[in-house]
Design a protein around this ligand. Structure first.
Ligand code: DO4
Ligand code: MG
Length: 286
């Protein structure tokens, strides 16, 4: 089942029907067993008619599925990510950092975004004006409740500046954290069963309506378990409303590729859906 956060309210999609869930987002998603709660809740919820559906669930009405949650991210969880970062940071002497963290017991985890910096489906993501090399990072993203239990999944885009990250590893926060540098959506896919390794993650980048880059992989290539990432994240942080954790990227466009304003980034993950965002510059630079 899927939860959509819209400008009109929360919509639950279950067995191809849509229901209105009249509860505050933060209280709803932080329930102990969200899937079983929703399986009971929908029975008494108002069902949307086809006409209402057209009003409630349009690209323009979708919000990112987030309120008081933080967004964190894991890094170098796939071999492809390790190799790309070693290559981009060759001149800075930081290549061995990525090699070490890939094999280390402790994973790389970093704070990615407060909710106010997060874009949803159909919204813009920004590239930095002071960055020459910009890429999307498609990432399966966990939703974890305040007790540290994974309750669902969404699609994440960890927008990154590879030129800033490659110049000096200490610039990582600037390469990763800026306005509209994170996108999640289009929904929160609620499931108490783990997402399987066979789950495909696909990336398509369009320029002028034409696909200029497509690639896909499966979750099975990840080096670490989700439980391991969650255990480290929750060991010294409390998340009273739950939190999102991007699990790292395995899709890295080749070295000569950089995003341009107007590009459309399409990320598809089996069972969850497709997240589409358009690339822009922060309007204060125009
Ligand atoms: O180590 C830098 C960031 C890594 C990352 O974002 C990823 O592997 O997805
Ligand atoms: Mg990433």
């Amino acid at each position: 089942m899927k939860l959509y956060y819209t400008i009109k309210g929360i919509v639950l999609e279950h067995d191809a029907a849509l229901f209105v869930i009249d509860e505050p987002w933060d209280k709803l998603v932080n329930r102990d067993n969200l899937e079983s709660y929703l399986l009971t809740k929908f029975k008494t919820a108002k069902q949307l008619t086809a006409a209402e559906k057209a009003e409630w669930l349009t690209d323009a009405s979708l919000l990112p599925p987030i309120s008081r949650q933080e967004v964190w991210a894991a890094g170098v969880t796939y071999l492809k990510s390790r190799d790309a970062r070693m290559e981009e940071s060759e001149g800075s002497g930081a290549a061995s950092l990525y090699d070490k963290v890939y094999d280390a017991e402790r994973p790389e985890l970093f704070f990615k975004a407060a909710a106010s910096r997060v874009s949803g489906h159909g919204q813009q993501v920004y590239i930095r004006k002071d960055s020459a090399w910009n890429v999307p990072e498609p990432e399966l993203t966990l939703f974890i409740n305040s007790k540290g239990i994974i309750q669902g999944y969404t699609i994440g885009n960890d927008m990154s500046s590879r030129s800033i990250e490659g110049e000096n590893a200490l610039y990582l926060p600037q390469a990763k954290i800026y306005e509209k540098s994170a996108a999640i959506g289009p929904c929160l896919y609620v499931s108490s069963s783990p997402i399987g390794g066979e789950t495909a993650i696909k990336l398509k980048i369009k320029r002028g309506g034409i696909a200029i880059y497509t690639e896909e992989t499966t979750v099975s290539r990840i080096k670490r378990s989700f439980d391991e990432l969650v255990t480290y994240l929750y060991s010294e942080c409390d998340f009273n409303y739950g939190c999102y954790l991007m699990t790292g990227t395995c899709l890295v466009p080749p070295a000569g590729f950089t995003l341009q304003t107007g590009d459309e980034i399409e990320i598809t993950i089996d069972k969850i859906g497709t997240l589409v965002n358009t690339v822009a510059l922060n309007p204060k630079h125009k």
